[in-house]
Design a protein around this ligand. Structure first.
Ligand code: GLU
Length: 481
């Protein structure tokens, strides 16, 4: 079997999570079968399509590792092919010009509503005489092209995810518009979605159409077009929708829109691609949750894609992202984190690479998303501290000033120390002051960091000491007592 699949985004917005997940499934399917993954840009909606969205979609797919083998093809560059197909359908009497005005169509709908009927086109211009046609033309009416749909037929296909699907011709809304005549254009120039998709999928020899279940209603119409154009019908697989935790379709209100948003939040592309592959698909070993796209492709099959909607689970995505972050080599992770630190205003502190990598080593295990680095490192930059309420209270505790003074004396001259040496010094001061070790630790944390919670104290201290910031900070703390 020669597998050729495609992702066919409309560039009317940035790369959306739903499109990206469809791209993942297509990519996995293509790679599983050694097939071809095609990128086609469905840009026939001239008003809403924008080149920057096309760029965003291409960059987003590449960022996720979803490289395409052919394309991008653009529908706006294929208008001749659509025209030829429309002409074929007209010539064979399978399509015709309909001259109904918007007002007439509206009146038809009102009438149907009043009769409690579903809105549909009543095929009234299917059999116009030459004379009638000439009369409408003379009135200056602009026709649309409609494709004939036989109400009595049934359309059946074996959906590779949903099983047997059956549609009645009578449920397709009457003869469907496949092209419009734009203002100022004398011939039909604007093919509509269903026609363009079918012509493309025929020309691009697409073997499997894997797309969101919101396209199921189009599939029945498209199958009729394949048949009318004398082409083989591809296999269809309609993937489940991505739902929010309440079970409704994931939308902007859920705080997710584009793949860009995920990138900015600090998710790694490998983690998102990994998570998206699990949005609806289950590997044979369902306990296996971390895999690369290549690993997933080895065992990907549409039979293991669920029919039910896939709930988007932020906790799971966070967990997967953390797995990837924690496994990443520190130099690579540091490179990824630098932009976040710069954006947070820490640019001045990032020049000393070995020190920075030690800092990242310290905070890496606490990171879930890259953006967390700002929060996790904020107490470790610079020579001054802001004492919060609890730290202030700790410093005011009896005896703390003397403890900090003694620590300070001991570190003035040492150029460098290890966490163990720092610990030994704490033990020494604890003994000398006859207090509990916790008191010394808590006071040190207050004096060094300004807060009582934070990263490992000894390691933080060592990092601060390498810059001489511990001395400055302890001096400030002591002065505040
Ligand atoms: N352009 C369509 C969309 O963005 C996809 C069409 C298809 O996959 O057949 O929803």
């Amino acid at each position: 079997m020669t597998v050729r699949v495609r992702i066919a985004p409309s560039p009317t917005g940035n790369l959306h999570i739903g499109t990206a997940r469809t791209a993942v499934f297509n990519w996995l399917f293509a790679h599983h079968h050694g097939g071809t993954f095609v990128l086609r840009v469905e840009d026939t909606d001239l008003e809403r399509s924008k080149p920057e969205y096309t760029e965003n979609i291409k960059t987003g797919l590449q960022w996720l590792g979803l490289h395409w083998d052919e394309g991008p093809f653009f529908q706006t560059q294929r208008l001749d092919q659509y025209k030829a197909a429309i002409q074929t359908l007209l010539d064979q009497g399978l399509a015709y010009r309909c001259y109904c005005t918007p007002a007439e169509l509206e009146a038809m709908r009102e009438q149907q509503k009043a009769n409690n009927q579903a809105p549909r086109y009543d095929n009234r211009h299917r059999n116009l005489t030459e004379a009638q046609r000439a009369e409408f033309e003379a009135q200056g009416r602009k026709p649309v092209i409609r494709f004939k749909i036989d109400d009595a037929q049934q359309i059946v296909w074996q959906d590779l995810i949903r099983g047997t699907m059956t549609w009645k011709g009578s449920d397709l809304g009457g003869d469907m518009v496949i092209a419009r005549t734009p203002e100022g254009n004398e011939s039909f120039g604007q093919p509509l979605y269903n026609l363009a998709v079918v012509v493309d999928d025929i020309d691009m020899q697409i073997s499997h159409v894997i797309r969101g279940e919101d396209h199921i209603a189009n599939t029945a119409k498209q199958i009729l077009l394949y048949e009318a154009l004398g082409a083989a019908v591809p296999q269809f697989a309609h993937t489940p929708l991505i739902l929010n935790q309440e079970g409704r379709k994931l939308s902007k209100r859920d705080g997710v829109t584009s793949i860009d948003d995920f990138r900015q939040m600090g998710f790694l592309p490998q983690a998102i691609a990994n998570y998206m592959s699990l949005l609806g698909w289950t590997p044979t070993d369902s306990t296996q949750e971390i895999f690369t796209l290549e690993e997933a492709a080895k065992e990907f099959s549409l039979e293991r894609v669920n029919k039910a909607g896939a709930k988007f689970d932020w906790d799971k995505l966070d967990w997967i992202n953390a797995q990837y972050l924690h496994k990443m080599p520190i130099p690579a992770l540091t490179d990824l984190l630098i932009p976040y630190l710069q954006a947070a205003g820490y640019g001045d502190y990032l020049g000393d690479r070995p020190w920075l990598e030690s800092l990242i080593t310290l905070v890496a295990p606490s990171l879930t998303r890259l953006a967390d680095v700002t929060q996790e490192t904020r107490l470790l930059f610079g020579d001054s501290i802001t004492l919060d309420e609890k730290a202030t209270a700790q410093l005011q505790t009896e005896g703390v000033k003397a403890i900090l003074q003694e620590v300070l004396q001991n570190i003035q001259t040492s150029t460098d120390f290890t966490p163990d040496e720092a610990k030994a010094l704490i033990n020494q001061v604890t003994k000398a002051h006859g207090v509990k070790k916790g008191v010394v630790m808590k006071s040190m944390r207050a004096g060094l960091m300004g807060e009582l919670q934070g990263p490992d104290l000894m390691q933080s201290w060592v990092l601060l000491h390498q810059k001489g910031w511990d001395i400055e900070r302890l001096n400030q703390a002591i002065a505040s007592i």
